[in-house]
Design a protein around this ligand. Sequence first.
Ligand SMILES: [Zn+2]
Length: 339
Amino acid sequence: MRHFRIFAAGLIGTVLLAAPVEMARATDKWQGAYCSLQELAAQKGLDFFWDPIARNATVSGPLGFARFHAGSEYFLSEGKLDRLPDKVYFSGDNLLAPPAVAGPLDRLSRPLKVVIDAGHGGRDFGAITRASREKKITLEIARDVAEELKQRGVRVFLTRDSDRFIELSDRASFAGEKGADLFVSIHANASTTPGLEGFEVYYLSPETNDYFLANIRSEKRIPEEGKTLLAEAARETKAVYWDLRQADNRAKSMRMAGQVVDGTRKLIERGSIRVRPAQFYVLKWTECPAVLVEVGYLTNRREEKKLGHSVYQKKLAKSIAEGLINYKKNEEKMEGRLV
Ligand SMILES: [Zn+2]
């Protein structure tokens, strides 16, 4: 991170050489029109960090960060160098910015949108054991994850908030309709081996690609959302487009799966946590990065008992939510490194 700051400062510095720094420029001229960057960030619920050595101010929110440099109109946002109509400068203890800075800050403060999908429902019970129904446990945990995320300022949409049946295609297209940034499907596992236990997170397997493309090329049924997306392009182009987008989403989904798993390490024994590629329908047809979480095995007595308890469900939900937030924060850092 330190490395990056120095690099970013160097980058902005280079730009500054072309346009000489005017730190002591007549502040009176701009008094009133300028606003305190720190105060504006606070108003918008964003974090403000000042690095006195690099003379950089970083404003960050759920969707990314913007980095300003005292004495420059240039700033970094979403991995790109952008420009304000006037310079940002220091006055007293305040870093002052022209009012136009509100635009880039608004883009950072748009809340993160997450779709939580409670697996199964209605006539689809999912895994059934003597004491448990998967559809009930997935709904309870999905609601808890939603609650945890809401407390962290995330906008959450549940594919279902009651015991009702939903088609897989409708679950995937729901995420597109809501403009979701992330999609998380909650399930509970079952096995014929009673000893098997563990928490698993799945992301889309790369091997699905050929099957995927073959499906599009052969005009097999694809979900409504996919149809709309692909409606106007030629068949071959459609397939390439879908493939490119999936490749990007797959990389992100893999990292998201890793963060969700990391989030649960304090709750679940190391040996019982796994990250795996898979070909689940909802992972294939969701437009945004997506993971499917198997919270545990209902066929394992010990795990079934834990999963039925609301205290454990809440702990698990909290870990999943933390993993998602950490994923998002990590992506922001990565965007920064790419500059
Ligand atoms: Zn399931």
